[in-house]
Design a protein around this ligand. Structure first.
Ligand SMILES: Cc1ncc(COP(=O)(O)O)c(C=O)c1O
Ligand SMILES: Nc1c(O)cccc1C(=O)C[C@H](N)C(=O)O
Length: 387
């Protein structure tokens, strides 16, 4: 099938079930930056895994149904969406667990250096884990905004998101990676707010290591497994801290000592959550025949329609320039939680982040231009009644 290079906003809406609004209709669902909507194919894949595989094949499914190979097979599918050639991505565990492993592995790639440089506004799990990893490795944690990062000869690791989880600002990964590499540091990128909503070209950018979640714009479902990327040049030296048996070169040899599997397979830890993985497998079909540059253009068009329909004076914290914007737009309001609940009563699902932000996520596969304008109209009505 030819690839759809200029998809319209809402191009795959018929392939999704949308959460209900209070009146029973489909909600205007702008929370895909937190939990993507459910693709029919994810449900079908899950039901088939339960009814035909688990129930009827049982333990033989690890080979007969291809379960054992699924973390790397899905890794390649996700890898294609983040510019990773096959063999560099594995799926499994949570973003937090993957990040912990990669931050430590990154520090071990630069044993003579002393600084872990991280985004001051990073998502909490990234900040908490950087703090813990610094304690465990003896690195000194320094935090600053990604655009102000100035790694030097003592910087071991630079940890950054592709897009700020609060403001929706897109960071300039190319410049960050270049600066880090000039200083000899290793880059660990968190793509949670980028994967599936914009093209990311990990190989071309030269990113060393990356993680991301699959339950936002990839629509893998609540608790869908995360992914981890390791550039090929690090494969044979990567020394992960979580030496679980499924990352062993010969897991069924049940040997005394841990020997890493070749390549990215060494990042596998325990038994993969197969039902979640197979739901994700179904969900990824949405991206099979579509060009991510087109998905990005459609998402930006949705954001533009929303921004244009907002009343003058609305406090938008997301940069308006396309190249500096991710997949969501954040608006500062007086009572974000109250406003979020009021929008939900009006059939518009968004989320609130402390202290005062409302986030509107523009997942182009199922959000339409009408949705974007409706959300702006409902927000305007609430802002008006609150003023
Ligand atoms: C940037 C970022 N990293 C990580 C996470 C979450 O990590 P986990 O999948 O472990 O809950 C999120 C959101 O939940 C996020 O926005
Ligand atoms: N991962 C989440 C969860 O398990 C429950 C509720 C929300 C989330 C989120 O996705 C938070 C999200 N990463 C954020 O950007 O705030």
């Amino acid at each position: 099938m030819p690839s759809n290079s200029s998809p319209e906003p809402g191009f795959a809406r018929a392939r999704f079930v949308l959460p209900r609004a209070p009146d029973g209709s489909d909600a205007v669902y702008l929370a895909g930056n937190s939990l993507g909507a459910q693709p029919h194919a994810a449900r079908e894949a899950l039901l088939s895994a339960v009814d035909e595989q688990w129930a009827r094949v049982g333990v033989a499914g690890w080979e007969a149904c291809g379960w054992w190979a699924t973390p790397q097979r899905l890794g390649d599918r996700v890898g294609a969406l983040v510019g990773a050639a096959p063999g560099q991505v594995v799926v499994g565990d949570s973003t937090s667990v993957q990040l912990f492993g990669l931050l430590i592995a990154a520090a071990r790639l630069r044993p003579d250096r002393h600084v872990l440089l991280s985004d001051a506004g990073h998502f909490p799990t990234d900040r908490y884990l950087a703090t813990s990893v610094a304690r465990l490795t003896g690195l000194t944690l320094r935090t600053t905004s990604p655009d102000a990062m100035a790694p030097d000869a003592d910087t071991a690791v630079v940890a950054v998101p592709a897009v700020d989880f609060r403001t929706g600002e897109r960071w300039d990964l190319a410049t960050i990676v270049d600066r880090a590499h000039e200083a000899g540091a290793v880059v660990v990128a968190d793509l949670s707010h980028a994967v599936g909503v914009m093209p990311v070209d990990l190989d071309a950018l030269g990113v060393d290591l990356a993680v991301g979640c699959t339950y936002k714009y990839l629509n893998g479902g609540p608790g869908a497994p995360a992914f981890a990327y390791v550039a090929t040049r690090h494969h044979e030296v990567l020394d992960p801290p979580l030496t679980g048996w499924t990352g062993h070169a010969d897991p069924f040899g049940m040997t005394e000592a841990w020997t890493p599997a070749p390549g990215v397979g060494r990042l596998r830890v325990g038994t993969p959550p197969m039902l979640s993985m197979l739901a994700l497998d179904g969900a990824l079909g949405v991206f099979d025949d579509v060009d991510l540059a087109g998905v990005r253009a459609a998402s930006l068009a949705l954001g533009d329609a929303f921004l244009e329909a907002l009343p003058a004076g609305t406090d938008v914290v997301t940069p308006r320039e396309h190249e500096r914007r991710g997949g969501h737009v954040a608006v500062r309001v007086r009572d974000a939680d109250g406003m979020c609940a009021a929008l939900a009563r009006r059939g518009v699902v968004v989320d609130a982040r402390p202290p005062d932000l409302l986030r509107f996520g523009f997942a182009a596969p199922y959000v339409t231009l009408d949705d974007a304008r409706t959300a702006a109209g409902e927000l305007a009505a609430l802002l008006w009644s609150a003023s």
